[in-house]
Design a protein around this ligand. Structure first.
Ligand code: ADP
Length: 471
């Protein structure tokens, strides 16, 4: 089921609360009025009873019933109508009963005892309120019942109630209208935001939502959405740039492969020439697959789908292992390759494959950008709670202004040199991603022509802990 709009829900809430308030107020007023009117009636009845008691109190103690009947008629009925009075002596003899009560005998349902009782009765279609009390006078106990017509009270209350019921729908209608108008007014900026947001797509990510100056939640909402749009735009631009760069990078080796093959096929050649062409094609193909592999690694990293196999890795052991595999290349390239890997219990929590790739990237760069004769040095040391891996070379070095940019994707200080050496411009971006995944840091120190040193710091895990982790 479709949910109602916020505006409508607010109106309904407003209306419900207003209706309840009105009910409470109207009901309260009605009860107050009723209480007050009946209090007046009861006070009148009590007054009558008091007068009757006084009248009986001045009678002689042993006055006969006939005498009392005369006294009531002469004294009491002078002041009071007595239209609804009934009076009994303590022996049950009737002293007085009005004509009305003779034709319409009343019987109060509640037992009085010594306490006065009040009761509303409807007699011959008219409303009355009666009270019955015991009056103590002259050592006698009389039982008196008297009443008053309350038709006016009942009619006044009914009128008041019908006024309330008559005006309630109008008041509620006005409240609903007011509530709807208020909620529309409060939510109007939201509609404006929705309209603008609906128009924003991939092609106009630079658009922003209308800036609100309301200083309230809506302003915070529009500001937050605008900040979010800015971040999305930035990420979108990076992806677009990356795609454009990647396509460009892929186009170069493929067109080289194509040109080489076309040239080779243009006329018949000697076997050595064909071999040379195929060799070039193979080199470019290798470069292309390396580039694709790196692009895939970054794409996986970006999408967060690269699942890291974290476990305790003995860095000293791993680095020795890596250094072995680079030893041979060093002698082929005529470079001096040395290492100083000291430390015991140098465990980090990491993905060994990725840590190997990280070291390979740094060593590969050091070998690539160090012309022969030169030297490359791999070192490892513990500094506080960190493991520091450093790859130092005596190569071409990196100018200060390029040092902050070499970790960007496809950034190369010397594009031609990098390409000639089989570089893709992605190695350090991948290295940095690996370091970040291991909660570490990477930094470079270099001077042009004086070599470079790349330092990676990774947090070590306590000796006692790595035994508990999977190896
Ligand atoms: P590439 O595949 O081009 O080596 P990287 O991302 O690994 O890409 O490195 C980016 C750039 O940083 C390289 O093109 C190079 O100009 C510079 N660079 C990296 N390592 C070194 C180094 N050890 N000595 C000099 N320059 C380096």
């Amino acid at each position: 089921m479709r949910r109602l709009s916020i505006g409508l829900r607010l109106t309904l809430w407003y209306l419900t609360i207003f209706a309840l308030a009105q009910l409470a107020f109207g009901g309260g007023m009605w009860f107050l009025l009723r209480h007050h009117l009946y209090e007046l009636v009861d006070n009148g009845l009590k007054g009558q009873m008091e007068d009757l008691e006084n009248c009986m109190a001045v009678q002689e103690k042993d006055a006969t019933i006939t005498k009392l009947q005369e006294e009531v008629s002469e004294v009491y009925l002078q002041e009071h109508s007595g239209d609804y009075l009934e009076l009994y002596a303590d022996n049950g003899a009737l002293i007085y009963r009005s004509a009305f009560l003779q034709t319409h005998p009343v019987k109060l349902s509640a037992e009085s005892g010594n306490r006065p009782v009040f009761e509303d009765l409807s007699i011959a279609g008219r409303a009355f309120r009666f009270t019955r009390q015991t009056l103590e006078a002259n050592d006698h106990v009389f039982t008196a019942t008297t009443g008053v017509p309350t038709q006016d009270v009942v009619e006044t209350l009914a009128l008041f109630r019908s006024y309330l019921l008559m005006f309630a729908p109008f008041v509620l209608l006005v409240a609903a209208g007011g509530g709807y108008w208020l909620s529309r007014r409060a939510l109007a900026p939201v509609d404006a935001l929705v309209r603008t947001a609906r128009d924003i797509g991939g092609s106009n990510l630079n658009s922003r939502l209308q800036k609100l100056d309301t200083g309230d939640e809506l302003q915070r909402l529009s500001d937050t959405l605008n900040e979010m749009l800015q971040r999305i735009e930035g990420a979108f631009l990076r992806v677009t740039e990356f795609t454009a760069d990647a396509s460009h990078e892929l186009r170069t080796p493929i067109s080289l492969i194509r040109t080489e093959a076309e040239l080779a096929l243009r006329r018949s050649r000697k076997e050595t020439e064909y071999r040379e062409s195929l060799h070039h094609i193979l080199l470019e193909a290798e470069r292309t697959s390396r580039l694709i592999e790196q692009l895939l690694a970054l794409a996986r990293a970006d999408s967060g789908r690269e699942a890291l196999q974290m476990r305790a890795v003995d860095l000293c052991h791993t680095l020795h292992d890596i250094a072995e595999s680079w030893q041979q290349l060093a002698s082929v390239r005529n470079l001096e390759f040395s290492r100083s890997i000291d430390g015991s219990d140098s465990f980090v929590l990491g993905d060994e494959t990725l840590l190997r790739r990280l070291t390979d990237i740094l060593l590969d760069n050091a070998f690539k950008y160090t012309p022969s004769p030169g030297s490359v040095h791999l070192s490892f040391e513990q500094r506080g709670n960190n493991a520091v891996i450093a790859v130092q070379d005596s190569g071409v070095g990196i100018a200060e202004e390029d040092q902050s940019r070499i970790f960007e994707r496809f950034y190369r200080v010397d594009k031609a040199r990098s390409r000639a050496l089989g570089g893709t411009g992605l190695g350090l971006s991948i290295a940095q991603w690996i370091v970040v995944q291991h909660r570490g840091s990477i930094a470079v120190e270099s001077r042009p022509g004086r070599g470079a040193i790349f330092r990676v710091e990774l947090p070590l895990i306590a000796a006692a802990m790595h035994h508990t982790l999977p190896a």
